[in-house]
Structures are given as structure tokens and as C-alpha cells.
Write a protein that binds this ligand. Structure first.
Ligand code: ADP
Ligand code: MG
Length: 696
């Protein structure tokens, strides 16, 4: 066997290992659970735990952990040894079915948005058998869901699984009504493309803003940024190539289908894309990928930065969530085939997504809202904050034809002529790409492009799945009640075209005209996280989540609180970091430089009393003025933070952070960056953008 196939999944308790190591009837029972989505039988857990433990010990593990995804957005793990005391002061290694399926955790130390008080702290973790266990650094990691004593979800996995379940249920009803046999389940699939930056560790360690906030809070633009467009797909530097190779290796061991790697638009920016898999596993794998990215970078003397906007003036990082629906028999329900106009089932699913996106623009926007992503959305580099969909001209025409009851004939695919006979001939795709659309149909899947690079993809997928499930339920109700399914399907499509076409936009999503046009169409434009989050607990959204059993009312409110609280906390940390950097390092550096320049002028005039010193004097004056501005900026920011902290609800607090603190930070940064551009680089207290971005 070659190297890659040998190492792939080598630290995962995957299907092969289960088949090898489990008694046949246990294996079958476990598979039934995984495939049917039904609750696991307790009698199955014991032999599974024993086999898992034996395998993990062979892999060198000494501990196990229930690996879960609390609302911090990152993963959590508490390690327990397998050791159990035995006779003569010795130990044996044990792991029971009970320990596999259920863990206890202190829920009060994780964000709960008011669900948990410290004195009623119990929380549980529960095994998710659909995502395979793996060994990481001597610990058997068991993917789990996390809930409170009262059963409320306190994590990202639980609602995701609930949303996958409800989509499956109604999509299944639709395909059955449309005459598809032998289908038992419909699965949502996701392939998340991950962007990231790499910076030299030694430089990183000198930047408190990168350390505490994950992004630079100051920094003048270097003479060269990304304007030459020479980094995107450029030759990968040896140090980065070595990192990527090592990273692939580590990810493959964990069974993560890392496939594509390349340089991205900004200097020091790169991308990794895996092959798609089921949403649940894709989410777990994306969390693991982000963790491994950081660890491997450290080994290479670098730091992997996952923040949405680490550097002003060049592109930030996002995550493209490629999403589709597929039957357990392997049929992609968003595959148009050669003649989409005749593929009513495809058009029906396409219409369901269109309706869902139009009706739940707010939820999609909220699902990607974060303090970090506020720096991207709406700027001219990432999708706008307005949610719209790209279908391409041909599909749009097909839908319109169905709505008008007209026949449509697909255009012949044109052959590509490149002028040189030696080059291969191939057919052109029937639509071009559109890079500016937040929700683009890309051949046989939708690409939701608004996600921030550091986010868990769970939130976005909960929003998409729930919205789509809600529409599919309605479609299924209509189809099941109808005699003429095809005609009913066409009517459903027609009604979507007639009522939801406003969400379709095939033009340039970055343009100012689109903003105006979108407003005319009545589309939402939620500019900031705070504007967006408020809507999460609207009556419409609570009803949607409750009806589809994705969140109960308490869970909706608690998540809303946590999102707002998180936003304020991030801005709070950023503001304090800024104040410290300015007070303790930047002000002293500027003062020193002013002092040294003034000293120079004085010294020069001692020997040449008539020396004009025009340039130096101008610089001293400019810097002195900026220094005053900076002192004032510090005061304004300090006051804004104190006022914001006094807010009497999470919403008022978050609003104050957005409105007062954020703008005070921007103003202070502006003064500091102007001063940096005038100061002696040798005396500037922090590594500059040119070093950070071009240091590798
Ligand atoms: P690009 O977006 O650059 O064109 P690709 O189209 O090759 O790249 O795919 C981007 C991502 O979409 C990959 O992670 C790929 O595995 C994923 N993808 C492809 N098909 C599906 C699907 N049916 N469901 C979900 N993701 C998919
Ligand atoms: Mg893509």
C-alpha cells in the first residue's frame, strides 16, 4: 500500500475497525443505529466500549474524553484515565458502555445564556455514534453532544443533528411522493473551504493584539499589498509547502479528506478544502482541522491565524460552506442532469432552497454574525451583508419557463475554442461563476459564502437545514395530498418563482447599485452583528425553530444572549488591548521619537545656527499633533468602554460597543497608524505589517 492510503484514518475507530473488532451482532446493531438515526440500544454500548478501549490502548492511548462543542465555538475536552485500581496496588484499564454513552460535565462553566446558574451546575455529554471516535495525543476522543440537566442543548452539535433529522424527514417525504423508491434517508452534505493566514511565530509573539485578539488592532499598510494579484494561486513558498504537507498528513491520519491547497488573495493567506461529507462529520472535521492547523503551524515556527480580518487593507478570511442534499442511495438531489428543464424533482428542490433563503434571510445572516466577520461582510472583498442567491442565467430562465407553463429547450453546450489546435477541446459550463454572490448555485450544490473563517460551520448549517426543512414540509404536505404529483410540483415551483424571485440576483453583489436595488426589492441589509442578532428571537424565528424541533423557546433566547454577550466581550478585550498597547508602548515610542528629533534639531542648530530643519520641524509638529489626538483618543475609548459596561441588558451593552466603542477604536487606530508612518521603524514597538505579511 502506498503511504497515503496506509495512514488515512489510521487513528480513527472507523467502519473497518468496528467490523474487525466488534462481534457481528453488535456491529450490525450499531450500524442500524447510525443508518436509521434511532437511539442506541444500551446492550450494544458495552461491547463497543470494550473494543474501542482495546484499540485505543494499542494506539498508545491512556485516557478518554467526551469531545464536545460548547457555545464558545471551539471544542472542549476533559481527559479521564482508563485506570481502575485492582489487587495488590495495581491497576487495570477499563472503559464501560456507560462511560461511552454518557458523561457528566460542569455546565455552569460554559456559556449557557442564563439557562444554568452556578449552583445548579450539572450537564451531560452524550455519545454521537454517527461521528467516529479517534485518538489524539494519547487520548481516545469520543464525539458527543452537550446538554444541561434540564435537557436544553448547550452545544453546536445537538441542534445540528436535530436540523439534519428534520430535513431528512421532509425531503424523504418529497422524494417518495415524486416516486423515488428504496430511499430511507436524505443526508445533508457539506464541504467547507477554509481560509487562513500564516505568520512567523517570533513576530507574532511581539504583537499583543494578535495574541489577545487574533487580529492586528494597528498597522500601516505596507507599500505592497495584494494589488498585483500575484499571491492567489502563486507558487507556494518552501516553508509554507512544508507546513501544508505536514498538515495534510496529520489530517489524513484523522480521516479528514483534505484535498485542495493553494495560496489565497492576500499575502500570507492560504486555503484548504476537504472533500465533502455528511454535515455532522464535516462540522467535527472542520473543528479538528482548525485545531490541527494551529498545532502544525507551531511545529514549523509559525502561527496559523483564523481570524476573519487579521490585517486591515488586505482580504480577510472566510469559509465557503458547500451544501447539498443527497439520498442514502447516493443521489444528489441538487444535480440538474443534462436537461434540468425536464428534471422536475431537481427544480422542486432548487425552489425549496430559494424559498427558504428568501424567507429566512435574517437567520442566514445571523448564523454568520460575529465581531470578526463584521470586518468582512459588506466590504468590497467578501459577500455583502445582504443575502441573495445566484442561479446563473440558464437555470433562472428554466424556472421562469416553468412558471409561465412554457417549454424550455436547453442551449447546446458550446465547445471551447482556444485558438491553438494542440489544446484539448471541451464543453463550456452552461453558466459562469459568480464570486460575489453570498449563496451561489455551483453546478450541483449551493455555496454559502458568508461564513467567517473562525466560525463553527454548525450555526450556518442549522439555519440552512431548518429553513429548507420547513419549506419541504409544506411541499410534502401538498404533494402527498395531490393526485397529479407532477402538476402539483410545477405549481409549487411556479409559486416560488412568483413570490420569491426577488432573492435571485445574478449580477455583481459588491456594487453600490445592488445595495440600492436590494433595498427596492425589500431584502434585508443587516450591516452589523448587533443589528442581526436582535432578530434571532423574533416571533417568526421562535415559531420556526419550535415547529421543527431544532430549538425550544428557552434555547433560542439563551443563544441570543450568548451571541450578544460574546460580541461585547470581544470588543471589550480588543479595546483594553488597544489601550494597553497605546499607553504602555505606542505613546512612549512616539514621545521618544519626538524627543530625539527635537534633540537633533537643537544639536544641528548648535553647529549650524541657520539650518532650516524644515522637514524635521514639520515631522515634529505633525507627530506632536498626532500625539495629542492619541491622548484624546485614549480618553474617548476609555470612557466609551466604561459606559458600555454599564448597559443594563446584553442588547444595550452590545449596541453601545457597536456604536461607541467600535468607532472610538477606529478613530484611535487612525491616529496611531498615521504616527507609525512617520516614526523611525527601528523605534516602533511592534513588528510592522510589511514584516508580518511578507515575513515567511
Ligand atoms: P470550487 O468551489 O473551487 O469550484 P469545488 O467545486 O471542487 O471547488 O468544490 C468545493 C467544495 O465543494 C469541496 O469541498 C467539495 O468537496 C464540495 N462539494 C462538491 N460536491 C458537493 C456536494 N454534493 N455537497 C457538498 N459539498 C460538495
Ligand atoms: Mg468555492
Amino acid at each position: 500500500m502506498d503511504e497515503v492510503t496506509k495512514i488515512f484514518g489510521s487513528v480513527v475507530f472507523n467502519d473497518d475497525r468496528m467490523r474487525e473488532r466488534l462481534p457481528a451482532e453488535t456491529y450490525e446493531a450499531l450500524q442500524r443505529t447510525i443508518k436509521s438515526g434511532k437511539t442506541l440500544d444500551l446492550s450494544v454500548a458495552n461491547p463497543v466500549a470494550a473494543a474501542m478501549k482495546d484499540w485505543a490502548l494499542e494506539m498508545g492511548a491512556t485516557h478518554f474524553t467526551h469531545w464536545f462543542q460548547p457555545l464558545t465555538g471551539i471544542t472542549a475536552e476533559k481527559h479521564d484515565g482508563f485506570i481502575t485500581p485492582s489487587k495488590n496496588g495495581r491497576v487495570i484499564m477499563e472503559f464501560s458502555g456507560k462511560e461511552l454513552i454518557k458523561g457528566e460535565s460542569d455546565a455552569s462553566s460554559f456559556p449557557s445564556g442564563g439557562i444554568r446558574a452556578t449552583f445548579e451546575a450539572r450537564g451531560y455529554t452524550a455519545w454521537d455514534p454517527t461521528s467516529p471516535a479517534f485518538v489524539k495525543e494519547g487520548t481516545l476522543c469520543i464525539p458527543t453532544a452537550f446538554c444541561s440537566y434540564g435537557g436544553e442543548a448547550l452545544d453546536k452539535k445537538t441542534p445540528l443533528l436535530r436540523s439534519m433529522q428534520v430535513v431528512s424527514r421532509h425531503a424523504l417525504r418529497v422524494v417518495k411522493a415524486m416516486g423515488m423508491e428504496n430511499v430511507n434517508r436524505v443526508i445533508t452534505t457539506v464541504g467547507p473551504e477554509q481560509e487562513y493566514f500564516l505568520v512567523d511565530k517570533k513576530l507574532y509573539e511581539k504583537r499583543p493584539d494578535l495574541i489577545f485578539c487574533g487580529r492586528t488592532l494597528f498597522g500601516t499598510k505596507p507599500p505592497k499589498g495584494q494589488e498585483l494579484e500575484d499571491h492567489y494561486f502563486g507558487v507556494i513558498k518552501p516553508r509554507v509547502a512544508a507546513y501544508m504537507k505536514d498538515l495534510d498528513h496529520e489530517l489524513w491520519k484523522l480521516g479528514i479528506l483534505s484535498k485542495t491547497k493553494h495560496n489565497e488573495a492576500a499575502p500570507a493567506q492560504h486555503e484548504l478544502a476537504p472533500i465533502f461529507t455528511t454535515t455532522n462529520i464535516a462540522t467535527d472535521h472542520n473543528q479538528l482541522t482548525m485545531e490541527i492547523m494551529k498545532k502544525v503551524a507551531d511545529k514549523h515556527g509559525m502561527v496559523c491565524i483564523l481570524h476573519e480580518k487579521p490585517f486591515a487593507g488586505v482580504n480577510g478570511s472566510g469559509k465557503h460552506n458547500n451544501w447539498s442534499l443527497s439520498t442514502d442511495t447516493g443521489v444528489n438531489l441538487l444535480e440538474p442532469g443534462k436537461t434540468p428543464s425536464e428534471n422536475i424533482q431537481f427544480l422542486l428542490f432548487l425552489s425549496a432552497v430559494i424559498k427558504a433563503v428568501d424567507e429566512h434571510q435574517d437567520l442566514l445572516r445571523i448564523s454568520v454574525a460575529s465581531a470578526g466577520n463584521d470586518h468582512r461582510l459588506g466590504a468590497a472583498e467578501a459577500p455583502p451583508a445582504i443575502v441573495s442567491m445566484y442561479l446563473g442565467d440558464e437555470l433562472t430562465e428554466i424556472l421562469n419557463a416553468v412558471a409561465r407553463g412554457e417549454h424550455y429547450t436547453e442551449h447546446e453546450l458550446t465547445k471551447m475554442g482556444m485558438g491553438a489546435k494542440i489544446l484539448p477541446q471541451f464543453s463550456k459550463d452552461n453558466s459562469d461563476r459568480n464570486r460575489t454572490s453570498p449563496f451561489a448555485f455551483t453546478g450541483n450544490k449551493f455555496e454559502f459564502r458568508m461564513l467567517g473563517s473562525s466560525a463553527s460551520i454548525a450555526d450556518a448549517n442549522v439555519a440552512i437545514n431548518t429553513g429548507v426543512a420547513h419549506v419541504l414540509r409544506e411541499f410534502a404536505d401538498a404533494l402527498e395530498a395531490s393526485e397529479d404529483k407532477v402538476n402539483t410540483a410545477k405549481e409549487l415551483i411556479r409559486s416560488v418563482v412568483n413570490n420569491h424571485s426577488r432573492i435571485i440576483f445574478n449580477g455583481d453583489g459588491y456594487s453600490k447599485e445592488w445595495e440600492k436595488e436590494a433595498e427596492k426589492r425589500g431584502l434585508l441589509n443587516l450591516r452589523s452583528t448587533v443589528d442581526a442578532i436582535e432578530l434571532f428571537e423574533s416571533e417568526k424565528n421562535v415559531a420556526l425553530f419550535v415547529r421543527n424541533h431544532v430549538f425550544n423557546e428557552t434555547e433560542v433566547h439563551s443563544r441570543c444572549e450568548i451571541m450578544l454577550e460574546n460580541y461585547s466581550k470581544i470588543l471589550h478585550i480588543e479595546a483594553l488591548t488597544m489601550l494597553e498597547m497605546v499607553r504602555c508602548s505606542i505613546i512612549p515610542a512616539i514621545s521618544d521619537y519626538i524627543g530625539s528629533l527635537s534633540g537633533n534639531i537643537k544639536a544641528l542648530r548648535d553647529v549650524a545656527p541657520d539650518a532650516p530643519c524644515v522637514g524635521q520641524l514639520k515631522t515634529v509638529n505633525k507627530l506632536a499633533k498626532l500625539l495629542d489626538e492619541i491622548y484624546l483618543g485614549v480618553k474617548v475609548l476609555d470612557t466609551a468602554v466604561s459606559l458600555a459596561e454599564k448597559g443594563d441588558s446584553e442588547l444595550t451593552k452590545a449596541r453601545a460597543y457597536r456604536e461607541q466603542v467600535f468607532s472610538a477604536m477606529e478613530a484611535l487606530r487612525y491616529s496611531v497608524d498615521s504616527a507609525e508612518a512617520l516614526c523611525d521603524a527601528r523605534a516602533w514597538p511592534f513588528p510592522k505589517y510589511s514584516e508580518l505579511l511578507f515575513g515567511i
